[in-house]
Design a protein around this ligand. Structure first.
Ligand code: NAD
Length: 461
């Protein structure tokens, strides 16, 4: 049996050896999910939601254990791991209520009667997810996919297989056999799942993997929902509240050690206020201590893997050798572990690799610009990505024009992006294809299907 090592990123030590699902295992998991789907779909959405209603409370009961597992397996501070579990304890019932609304039959009158628009489940969904929010990312696919009448074969990231297995176990205990299946392994296992007899691929991960999946899915025209990476800009205009903008830039470049799809990855600062802004950023970044996630003094844990750290090191080194200035670099603990300290770079060229490719590391990257509105928008749009963006300016009309001009699914003005609950999470351009969340997102796990019925007697009825 083939296995892979599951490592603790804070020490580099092996936590467990995980069996890789063979091709036969993947096919069998899909076949079980396929066999279970008609009976699951035959339940009403309310009945399915009733099955799944135990998930929130179970997450609550297991919260401490799950949070410890998250910290051990991917490194984030324990308080953040616990917050992630608690968020989903509260979010599951919200999602279930949204799916019930999303699936209500719409009745449209016709000349002879009515057309009923149903939302039919698609069949078997492959849920393939990343490691950075190892509770939230899988559940945002699995919960709406199941509640809307699909069965699911779930492949967690190979960097968080134990958290993935724990979520799968808790969920599978609430539903009939075969409704939620688990497979384990890396990209090769994911590729087998994508090539298998599934109807929709619900994927959250990198742009590069999204491209592979799209290519593979094209041969049988499988449906896709791809939530991909980002390179989010934060534009600081000369009239901005610098304290607030610097706090946003630092917090959202460094949170989860920068391993967030909508992390601030590029900060464009108006020339006039650049020295003061840089001073504030360095002062705030110095508060972000790095250490083991179980140490309550750590604001950042390690990066998830050696290769993730190598990627950050190479982008930062390349930026420094092409003219960027190192304004601040924190300290990392001695010993093993994939730590990388809070880092602030200034004078970063918009052409540098660190300005174009997703970094996914704890780096605040500052670039000075003229302060002109059009240039801010142009710089913000200089990547193929379009996940999120942030604009800080005292002139709200100007900020709103900029928000309209920036290619992004969500923009925050004088605040970090993300606003009212219940809205879809959208990646514009190459940050996504389809989207998750909210009623519109949940409907992507279904097919609108219309059935027309005469309700008044006619000659041919
Ligand atoms: P990744 O693309 O390397 O892997 C994601 C998942 O895909 C893993 O389970 C992996 O095993 C699997 N996989 C890899 N190759 C595959 C293939 N050829 N076919 C099928 N499956 C394959 O991404 P990652 O490193 O796990 O996660 C980080 C990425 O996820 C970042 O780019 C981040 O921005 C993105 N992300 C996006 C969102 C969003 O909502 N848009 C949220 C979280 C993370």
């Amino acid at each position: 049996m083939n296995t892979f090592d599951d490592l603790n990123p804070a020490s580099g030590e092996t936590l467990a050896q995980i069996s890789i699902s063979s091709s036969e295992d993947v096919r069998a998991a899909i076949a079980r999910a396929r066999a279970a789907q008609p009976a699951w779909a035959a339940l009403t959405v309310e009945e399915r939601a009733e099955h799944l209603a135990g998930l929130g409370p179970r997450l609550g009961e297991a919260a401490e254990d799950l949070a410890e597992l998250v910290t051990r397996e991917m490194g984030k501070p324990l308080s953040e791991a616990l917050a992630e579990v608690r968020t989903w304890e509260r979010q599951v019932p919200v999602e279930l209520a949204e799916v019930i609304l999303a699936m209500q039959v719409e009745v449209h009158p016709t000349k002879r009667g009515e057309t009923r628009l149903h939302r039919a489940p698609l069949g078997v969904v492959a849920a393939i997810t990343p490691w950075n929010f190892p509770i939230g990312m899988p559940l945002q696919v699995i919960v709406p996919a199941l509640a809307s009448g699909n069965t699911v074969v779930f492949k967690p990231s190979e960097l968080v297989p134990l958290v993935g297995a724990a979520i799968a176990k808790i969920t599978a205990e609430l539903v009939p056999a075969g409704v939620l299946e688990l497979v384990q392994g890396s990209g090769a296992t994911g590729a087998e799942l994508v090539a298998g007899d599934v109807d929709l691929i619900g994927f959250v991960g990198s742009r590069a993997t999204g491209q592979h999946i799209m290519q593979s899915a094209s041969s049988s025209l499988k449906r896709l929902v791809l939530e991909l990476g980002g390179k989010d800009p934060l534009v600081v205009m000369a009239d901005a509240n610098l304290e607030a903008a610097a706090e946003c830039a630092v917090r959202h470049s460094l949170r989860n050690a920068g391993q967030v799809c909508c992390a601030v990855e590029r900060v464009f600062v108006a020339q006039e206020i650049a020295p003061e802004f840089e001073r504030l950023v360095v002062q705030k970044a110095a508060e972000w201590t790095t250490g083991d996630g179980f140490d309550p003094d750590s604001r950042m844990g390690p990066l998830v893997s050696a290769s993730q750290r190598d990627k950050v090191v190479s982008q930062v080194d390349e930026a420094l050798s092409s003219g960027a200035r190192l304004c601040y670099r924190g300290e990392t603990p001695d010993g093993g572990g994939f730590f990388y300290p809070a880092t602030v770079l200034a004078d970063v060229s918009p052409g540098a690799r660190i300005s174009r490719e997703e970094t996914f590391g704890p780096v605040v990257s500052l670039t000075v610009f003229s302060g002109a509105e059009a240039e801010g928008v142009r710089l913000a749009n200089e990547t193929p990505y379009g996940l999120g963006a942030n604009v800080y300016s005292a002139d709200l009309e100007c900020a709103e024009r900029m928000a309209q001009g920036i290619h992004a699914g969500q923009v925050g003005i004088n605040q970090y992006l993300g606003g009212a609950p219940g809205l879809p999470w959208v990646g514009a351009r190459q940050s996504g294809f389809g989207f998750l969340g909210g009623i519109e997102g949940h409907r992507q796990f279904t097919l609108p299907k219309s059935i027309s019925i005469p309700t008044t007697p006619t000659a041919d009825s």
